[in-house]
Design a binder for this molecule. Structure first.
Ligand SMILES: Cc1cc2nc3c(=O)[nH]c(=O)nc-3n(C[C@H](O)[C@H](O)[C@H](O)COP(=O)(O)OP(=O)(O)OC[C@H]3O[C@@H](n4cnc5c(N)ncnc54)[C@H](O)[C@@H]3O)c2cc1C
Length: 329
């Protein structure tokens, strides 16, 4: 086993995912602690748009094949398994995403290496890996310590920062030698189903007015729209609001929706279930409004008000218009 730290690069439509970039940031720090190299494992059909984003790595292990254009657990799993058996590193990091979780289980079963999923904190102290991981869908956290064997880890998107600086040098790129007898995948990729385009991308908006079931009914939604407009932001929502069909899926925040990190997240009538918090707890400033003073959202909020959102929103809108906040945001 080497001291190296590997990151499995995840990509879609030719671009590396945000969670891969964050994992590279954490991997850089961990490789410093192990004294090993940071190695990016890139399985793709065309690396041209991807290599530059992996500049923080010391080495890119590249496997280029048409079947690596899109992820399938069998094709990726077989290739990474072979690489792992050839030269097992200290750590293998991937996103705790649908791709990463598929891979984690396949690789752990095939190699016998320990695996941890849903990790939000990782540290190496002496020979031990210390990790904090979510269990029960994020309702509880566990702290675990693992001894110094190769460990596979899936990290929750949004838990770590991307590399701060773009390094001046370029990583070495080495072709990954794949065994000739790699089994043919029985799974074939059909198509990527994307949300309808044309809607606002809530992951890029600095001010989000988020509504939950506390908004009461669809007739009250325009109130949130007016507030968002007055603040120069956009409306997003918790899952029940989306499930009712009041807003499109592109506006859902949380475990099965988007992960957002706006400058301001105004949580209006949202209880703060772990599945919702997972998608917004990294926001710079969280302000919660809820009639229930014991609502868990207040545990995540920087500021809070115990009051009725339906009464409060028009007052906030009026005040925002008076102050000209739209121009300031
Ligand atoms: C696998 C899985 C994935 C999930 N993914 C997501 C996800 O991506 N995103 C997500 O949001 N949820 C998700 N959920 C659902 C999640 O568990 C919660 O059920 C959901 O977040 C609750 O939404 P809510 O806070 O709007 O509603 P509720 O939990 O019903 O809370 C409504 C809140 O409004 C307050 N309220 C009521 N009336 C008023 C009023 N007039 N003024 C002010 N406050 C008021 C109440 O006190 C309450 O706190 C997921 C669940 C599972 C099992």
């Amino acid at each position: 086993m080497s001291n190296d730290v590997w990151v499995v690069a995840e990509h879609a439509r030719g671009q590396l995912s945000e969670s891969t970039l964050e994992t590279v940031g954490k991997g850089r720090e961990l490789a410093h602690a192990t004294g090993g190299k940071l190695v990016a494992l890139l399985l793709t059909d065309d690396e041209r748009n991807q290599i530059n984003s992996l500049a923080a790595a010391d080495l890119i292990l590249l496997a280029r094949r048409p079947e690596f254009r899109e992820f399938t657990p069998e094709a990726y799993g077989g290739a990474i398994e072979a690489a792992l058996k050839e030269a097992p590193p200290r750590l293998v990091l991937m996103g705790s995403t649908s791709v990463g979780l598929d891979l984690l289980s396949v690789l752990s079963a095939r190699t016998g290496f320990a695996c941890l999923d849903s990790c939000t904190r990782l540290d190496l102290r002496a020979s031990q890996l210390l990790a904090t991981c979510q269990i029960y869908g994020g309702k509880l956290f566990v702290e675990v310590a693992l001894s110094s064997a190769t460990t596979l880890v899936a990290v929750v998107p949004g838990s770590f920062a991307k590399p701060a600086d773009q390094p001046s040098g370029r990583p070495e790129v080495r072709e990954l030698t794949l065994p000739a007898d790699l089994p043919v995948s029985r799974i074939t990729f059909h198509r990527l189903i994307e949300p309808p385009s044309g809607d606002v991308d809530i992951t890029k908006v600095p001010i989000l007015v988020a509504v939950g079931r506390g908004i009461q009914n669809a007739d009250n939604l325009p109130l949130a729209g007016e507030l968002a407009e007055a603040l120069g932001g956009a409306v997003c929502a918790s899952r029940p609001v989306i499930d009712q069909g009041w807003l499109p899926l592109t506006r859902q925040v949380g475990k099965s929706g988007m992960t957002v990190k706006p400058k301001l997240y105004l949580a209006l009538g949202i209880s703060g279930a772990p599945e919702h918090l997972e998608g917004m707890k990294q926001s710079e400033l969280i302000v919660a409004v809820n009639t229930d003073p014991k609502a868990p959202i207040f545990g995540a909020a920087h500021y809070g008000a115990v009051t009725d959102v339906v009464e409060l929103i028009p007052m906030l809108t009026e005040e925002a218009r008076k102050q000209g906040l739209k121009k300031a945001s």
